[in-house]
Write a protein that binds this ligand. Structure first.
Ligand SMILES: [Ca+2]
Ligand SMILES: [Ca+2]
Ligand SMILES: [Ca+2]
Length: 464
């Protein structure tokens, strides 16, 4: 007597990926306890909009017989996360090797999975407290951890280059993406923002929801803002105004320090910093209050398309003649005609710009010279700079037209004297001449001095 086998059974329905997001498909596997054929997608019941495709036998046997069958599942697009179920609808048309229709195993349960294929949708763009806020709608929340790069955004203002996005912040629950901008948006300025999803696929750094679904790219979204007129009149930010006598130096002198215009450094760069970008600063706005020296027309540093800059410079030059200043010279500014982005004008009243300078373009001269024995004492018109050092070879001494060596040099800075020790004493009734360099005069102690090997017309003194 032949043994009767129990019917062939479908023992399980499993899904490879039980959390489906946008751009994802997965594989559903049907497992029978014996070889079967003719399994089709119609044997399964799936949620509306779900696509089953390419049902195929896994085993490579004659007559398409296989214990295991796979089918590709594509979830519907734009569906918020809800529990989903795949069930066996029936086993109509399925045959085992004895041409019988299999049955579902008693243990066969539904196969559950979740779907979130909804992408965050841009709802609007608004300036809030100076930052650009993109608002999104989404059934869940945004991903605040895996943010898009700042470079993914392009923000354009009314004119000039794109406004740099310096930082991106995502608020998961508020579903906002906040762009911190490198410059303020101005009253009445037309502002647009664009966003570029890194790739058409699923990216880890993108505007995305908690499921990871990337938001779409968008272009030239208008940004709503009611930025008021900037009523602050332009003013000098004296804390940052500087003056620099050495154009090659990176060290500014000032603020509240002073530069010295000298014979070897007869000009200085003056930098005026404003509390906001301005335009319209001309030569008439800057006043050398004591009228000593000349200045170039101020120019804007890195102005924007409208010519506004918060930094302006000009060159200050010593007067042409040998005219020293008497004390510190302030630089003053009036801001008549100097306007901010919204056309608000600065004060026409002259105000201290925060920098000052001195001028010393007079060389010290020898006023008299005396010789006693081998000591030749030269006396200068000004106090000498303590930092000056002079070699004995800097001096040329003749006695009755014959060179006399100088063996030592001693300076007395406060007494304004230089004493030369001659190689031998000078007796009476000889004519002594000394050719001298020019030691630097002492000026305000703000600048450094080079000891250039100056040569000057000889200081000639007759000793009788
Ligand atoms: Ca997944
Ligand atoms: Ca993407
Ligand atoms: Ca993603």
């Amino acid at each position: 007597m032949a043994t009767t086998l129990p019917p062939t059974q479908l023992t399980s329905i499993t899904i490879a990926d039980s959390a489906l997001t946008a751009d994802e498909t997965t594989t559903v596997t049907l497992t029978f306890d014996r070889l079967v054929r003719n399994v089709t997608a119609a044997n399964l019941e799936v949620p509306a909009g779900t696509l089953l495709s390419n049902m195929r036998p896994v085993e490579n046997r004659p007559n398409n017989l296989s214990r295991t069958w796979k089918v590709t599942l594509t979830p519907p697009a734009d569906t918020a996360q809800t529990p989903q179920t795949i069930r066996l609808k029936n086993l109509d048309g399925v045959k085992d090797t004895t041409n019988d229709q299999p049955v579902a195993a008693a243990s066969l349960g539904p196969c559950e999975y979740t779907v979130n294929t909804q992408r965050p949708t841009l709802a609007g763009a608004t300036m809030v407290n100076g930052a650009l806020v993109l608002s999104y709608t989404d059934a869940t929340s945004l991903d605040a951890t895996n943010k898009p790069d700042a470079e993914a955004f392009t923000v354009r203002g009314g004119s000039g280059p794109a406004i740099i996005v310096s930082y991106v912040r995502v608020d998961a629950t508020a579903k906002t993406v906040t762009l911190v901008l490198a410059r303020a948006v101005r009253h009445g300025e037309l502002v647009t923002v664009s966003y570029t999803d890194p790739t058409s696929g699923n990216d880890s750094n993108a505007i995305q929801n908690a499921a990871g679904n990337d938001a779409a790219s968008f272009s030239n979204q208008a940004v709503t803002h009611n930025t008021p007129v900037d009523t602050r009149p332009p003013s000098i930010s004296s804390l940052y105004s500087t003056i620099r006598t050495d154009p090659l130096s990176t060290a500014d002198i000032g603020p509240f320090n002073q530069a010295c215009l000298r014979i070897d450094k007869p000009s200085a760069t003056v930098t005026l910093k404003f509390t906001q970008p301005v335009k319209g600063l001309g030569a008439s706005n800057v006043v050398l209050r004591n009228g000593v020296g000349t200045m170039s027309t101020p120019t804007a540093v890195n102005p924007d398309a409208g010519g506004h800059s918060d930094t302006w410079t000009f060159t200050l030059s010593a007067p042409a003649g040998a005219t020293d200043s008497n004390g510190s010279l302030p630089i003053a500014v009036n801001l008549s005609g100097v306007t901010n982005h919204d056309g608000v004008q600065g004060s026409a009243t002259e105000a201290y710009a925060g920098v000052q300078y001195t001028v010393d373009v007079t060389r010290p001269t020898v006023t008299h010279a005396t010789v006693t024995g081998n000591q030749l004492v030269l006396t200068w018109s000004e106090t000498l700079d303590i930092r000056t050092s002079l070699a004995s070879t800097a001096f040329a001494v003749t006695v009755d037209g014959t060179a006399r060596d100088v063996s030592a040099v001693a300076m007395n800075y406060a007494a304004k004297t230089v004493t030369l020790t001659l190689s031998s004493p000078v007796s009476r009734l000889h004519e002594v001449k000394a050719a001298t360099p020019t030691p630097r005069p002492v000026t305000m102690a703000s600048a450094s001095y080079r000891t250039a090997p100056a040569t000057t017309p000889p200081a000639s003194r007759k000793w009788r």
